[in-house]
Ligand binder design. Structure first.
Ligand code: AMP
Length: 421
């Protein structure tokens, strides 16, 4: 972009979008628009898509571009293929599903480095679009290769990123490509994601409560540290609760504990309480003798777990305590399940949290992607949340203050320079 061009419009409400254009800022008619989407959908053993949420989440942007007369190229990664021979990672089922949803003809291009996209695009009819085969079939994708980017840029007039779930990765379709394209911006999905996460970062209504669970404390350390001053109350569940309980000298039996994080947990509890805030830990548990094949499942009376048993979900007293406290919230962020929700015996904690959030009609309730989104979905309450992020890793990185490469590359903060006469 030349120095004399006006800077990109800035969002008043959303600092995270400052200097970033949106798809609505471009005239798309007859333009070749490359839309990076996140169609990394879960599939069963036979390749059937088990959850098409991510495809549906990108529809508003795709439909908008179609209505405005764009010639569209869609591109995504799917899973982690080693090479092009890993046929189970083909975008074929995704193209078929998208075709059904849009009632359009989605043409799959095997080789994104070939002349095929360039040749096909000018002749596309209004209900036709192009989808590239799995970007990770190309070695250059994860290497953020400029050469691969230039090959894609050869058929790109306007680049739009709508792949929130992939925006924390410096890969060719996310970073190198927009580096070599001057007309670039975001789609409606990323816009909504950042608007929502910016409320959490900059203007959460209080009481602001954060529920953290899942497998590992270590994954959540940076986000806890980044949020500590803003959050009024933390709720801890999942396996990470046992590291915190051990920090409080509570016996946790065979439960999963990250020994090298116990001192961090101790310090965190102190720091949160020193600020006059609360961190709630489970006061009872659903426990079992084994993770994979439990033959003995019990509920404890209090926070202690007997030797030989492991905690696999929060117990009924904890569910009730968390429900009562969460009812006071005006803003809630939930990341990480409260137990091994994939098994019905250990799902009540996570589903209970989802039910409570669904009843907070006055509060902003945001679920941070990944397993918590899956737990919310499985609970049947997903539809009643204010927002479920499509990116687990990306939403955590954004909230912990990291810059997302996929957003930064689109930002233009240079002031406009008046030409000297
Ligand atoms: P994360 O990816 O960190 O959000 O972790 C999600 C995973 O943590 C899910 O697959 C859960 O089954 C697992 N998980 C939750 N609670 C426990 C627990 N108490 N013990 C072992 N794994 C758990």
């Amino acid at each position: 972009m030349s120095e004399t061009q006006a800077p990109a419009p800035t969002s008043k409400l959303t600092p995270g979008l400052k200097g970033i254009k949106t798809i609505e800022d471009f005239d798309l008619k007859e333009k070749r628009v490359f839309i990076r989407v996140d169609f990394n959908v879960p599939q069963d053993k036979n390749g059937a898509i088990t959850d098409d949420t991510r495809i549906r989440a990108a529809i508003p942007t795709i439909k908008y571009a179609m209505e405005k007369g764009a010639k569209i190229v869609l591109a995504s990664h799917l899973g982690r293929p080693e090479s092009r021979d890993d046929k189970q990672y083909s975008m074929e089922p995704v193209a078929a599903r998208l075709g059904e949803i849009l009632k359009a003809d989605v043409m799959l291009i095997d080789d994104p480095t070939s002349d095929a996209p360039k040749g096909l695009l000018p002749g596309l009819r209004p209900n036709q679009l192009i989808m590239l085969e799995n970007l990770r079939y190309e070695k250059g994708e994860t290497k953020n290769s400029r050469e691969f980017a230039l090959q894609m840029a050869a058929y790109t007039d306007i680049y739009i990123n709508d792949a929130f779930g992939a925006s924390h990765r410096a890969h060719a379709s996310i970073e190198a490509l927009p580096q070599v394209v001057s007309n670039k911006g975001i789609g409606f999905l990323i816009k909504k994601e950042i608007e929502m996460l910016d409320v959490l970062l900059h203007e959460p209504k209080t009481p602001y409560m954060v529920i953290l669970g899942g497998a590992k404390v270590s994954d959540k350390i940076p986000v806890i540290e980044a949020m500590i001053d803003k959050v009024d109350q933390f709720f801890v569940g999942g396996a990470m609760a046992y590291t915190f309980l051990q920090a409080n000298n509570v016996a946790v039996g065979n439960s999963r504990v990250e020994k090298d994080k116990v001192s961090f947990a101790k310090e965190m509890i102190k720091r949160i309480e020193a600020r006059g805030k609360k961190i709630l830990l489970p006061i009872d548990h659903v426990i079992a003798n084994d993770f994979l094949a439990p033959s003995k499942i019990e509920t404890t009376n209090d926070a202690t777990i007997p030797a030989g048993m492991m905690g696999l979900d929060i117990g009924p007293k904890t569910r009730e305590l968390y429900r009562k406290e969460l009812q006071k919230a005006k803003t809630v962020f939930w990341n990480g399940p409260m137990g091994v929700f994939e098994r019905p015996e250990f799902a009540k904690g996570s589903f209970g949290v989802a039910e409570t959030l669904s009843q907070l009609t006055e509060a902003l309730t945001i679920v941070g992607g990944g397993d918590s989104a899956a737990a919310a979905e499985a609970s049947g309450y997903a539809g009643q949340m204010s927002h479920i992020s499509t990116g687990g890793g990306a939403s955590l990185e954004y909230l912990q203050g990291d810059k997302l490469p996929g957003l930064e590359v689109l930002r233009n903060l240079r002031p406009s320079v008046q030409p000297t006469l």
